[in-house]
Each structure stands twice: as C-alpha cells, then as structure tokens.
Design a protein around this ligand. Structure first.
Ligand code: ZN
Length: 300
C-alpha cells in the first residue's frame, strides 16, 4: 500500500521560515504569519487568543511555531492563503479567475470572516453568474460558462453566504447539463440530500419551461441559405430525437453550418429569454427586482 500521500508535505509558496504558525490541512503544511491572519480575520484572531485544542508547540531549525490542524480541504486552504499572503494572486475583476478558485476562496473567506476576500470573490461570481440574460447567453454560446461541479458547489454556498442572485444562472446551467454528468461528479455526492432533492426538482421545472418555450425545435428547418443541407438536416433530426437543443446549445456553431447556426441561435436566444424572465419565481427566489436589489445592497 502506498501511504506517501499521507505524509505531510510543505507547500513551498506558503512556507515562510520566519513565520510562527503551521497549519495542516489534509496532508499539506502551510507556515504563515499569525499577525497577518489576525489582522485579516476575526476568527483567526480569536483562534490565536486562546490555546487551540488541536495545536502543538514545535521547535525546528528556524525557531518555534504552533502546529494547528484545520478541518478544511487542503486545496481550499491553499487558494485561500495564497489570496491572503500574495497580493497579486487573487485580483478583482476584470482579472480572470477560474471559478473553482473563486469558490474555494469564498468558502473559507466566509468561514474565517475575511471580508475583503469575500467581497472580491462575490464580485467574480457576479461576472460568472450574471443576472442579465444577455450576459449568461454570451457565456453559454462562447462556451465560457462555469462547470457543472462549480454550479453544484454554489447550491450550498450561495444560500449560506446570502447571495441568491447567482442562483438563477446556476439553475439554468444545471438544466442544460445531462443528469449522468451531474450524478458522476464528486461535487454532487458531497451535497446534503435535501439540497440534491431541491436541485432535481428545480432542474425539472426549468427543463419543462425550456421545453415549452423551445417547441419551435419540432418544426425547425435548415436555413433557406443553408450551406450543407444534408449535414444540418441530420444534426437537426438527432437533436429533435435525443437531447433537445439546450444540452447542445454551446455546440451549435460547431455542428451546424454558419447560416443554420445563426437562425438556430436566434431562436434559442428568444426562448431562453422567456424562461429567464420568470426564472427567480420558478426556483422559489421571488422576482428579479428582489434579487437585483439584494445584489445592489451587497455592493454598497
Ligand atoms: Zn445549414
């Protein structure tokens, strides 16, 4: 049996030899400055003000430090500490950040009450999960939207952090994701049963609304100026018979000719917009007005 992954390993970019505390998360070790953490986080400040039950005092060649075990995921801790100790690591939008990094940082910024990081992470989520249909549509057709795993993480995190305005985009994207893919993700298995149940109900509601607003697909034909009638007709037949149009919406330009892509995308845009208008109500979140005003108050 290979136990090498269980031997604690220093994370070089988060190992400051003059620092006075070592956190262990999983098999990763982070040696960092408690004064900086105390200044950024009320929770760490409280943690350092009393002896931690899960800590040891250790002396090594660089001096002494306190060793503390954290219950958090090592990857989350890695991103979170980098965001605190490396000013250039997690810049606000318009800098591009992978959604998984934003989610990791948000999870721990919320837990450890690091206000500036929490606000910065939410600013990124506001870009990744727009409240305007045009914004989400653009992300979808450019295949630049968040992954199903990240969307699932938000089902738990968004209500906990009270940022419900990201959820319409989350649910819309999940409604266009195959159920097989969702069930095979670790992020799905990590969700509580009540959240899974809610997700499935809302997904089905969204899918029903999309099916109603996208009935045009059954009488849709190739564009009058289609550049490849045989191929486009076959593809259209497959879409009608199998998945429906929304599970392949990002693939439209790669499967249809240029002319049919344009006409098909235009139809999708309009039918998606119809569902989007009523989406907050459909998923039990009130109205767009409520969500946009909550978003505005968070920003101020
Ligand atoms: Zn065509």
């Amino acid at each position: 049996m290979n136990n090498s992954s269980l031997i604690p390993e220093k994370v070089p970019e988060l190992w400051f030899t003059d620092a006075d505390v070592v956190f262990q998360a999983g098999s990763k070790l982070f040696r960092v400055h408690r004064s900086i953490l105390s200044a950024r986080s009320t929770i760490f400040n409280d943690m350092f003000s009393v002896p931690h039950p899960d800590s040891d005092r250790i002396v090594d060649a660089d001096g002494s430090y306190t060793h503390i075990h954290l219950p958090d995921d090592a990857i989350d801790v890695h991103h979170f500490f980098l965001a605190i100790f490396d000013a250039s690591y997690f810049e606000p939008p318009p800098s591009d950040q992978p959604t998984s990094v934003v989610v990791s940082i948000l999870r721990l910024a919320h837990k450890y009450d690091v206000v500036f990081l929490k606000r910065r992470a939410v600013a990124h989520l506001n870009v990744l999960f727009p409240t305007e249909w045009d914004g989400l549509w653009k992300l979808m057709i450019e295949n630049d939207h968040t992954t199903a795993a990240d969307n699932l993480s938000l089902l738990e995190l968004a209500p906990a952090i009270e940022i419900p305005w990201v959820l319409p985009a989350v649910h819309f994207l999940l409604a266009t994701t195959s159920i097989n893919l969702i069930f095979n993700l670790e992020a799905w298995n990590l969700l509580e049963a009540s959240i899974q149940r809610n997700c499935l109900i809302k997904r089905e509601n969204c899918m029903s609304e999309l099916a109603v607003s996208s009935r045009w697909i059954w009488s849709h034909t190739t564009a009058p100026s289609c550049l490849s009638v045989g191929t486009c007709t076959n593809i259209l037949g497959l879409i009608q018979k199998m998945s429906g149009i929304w599970k392949v919406v990002s693939d439209i330009p790669s499967v249809f000719c240029k002319k049919c892509s344009k006409t098909t995308q235009a139809k999708c845009y309009t039918s998606g917009a119809q569902v989007w208008d009523g989406l907050p109500k459909l998923i039990g979140l009130g109205s767009w007005e409520d969500l946009n005003s909550a978003k505005k108050s968070f920003d101020n």
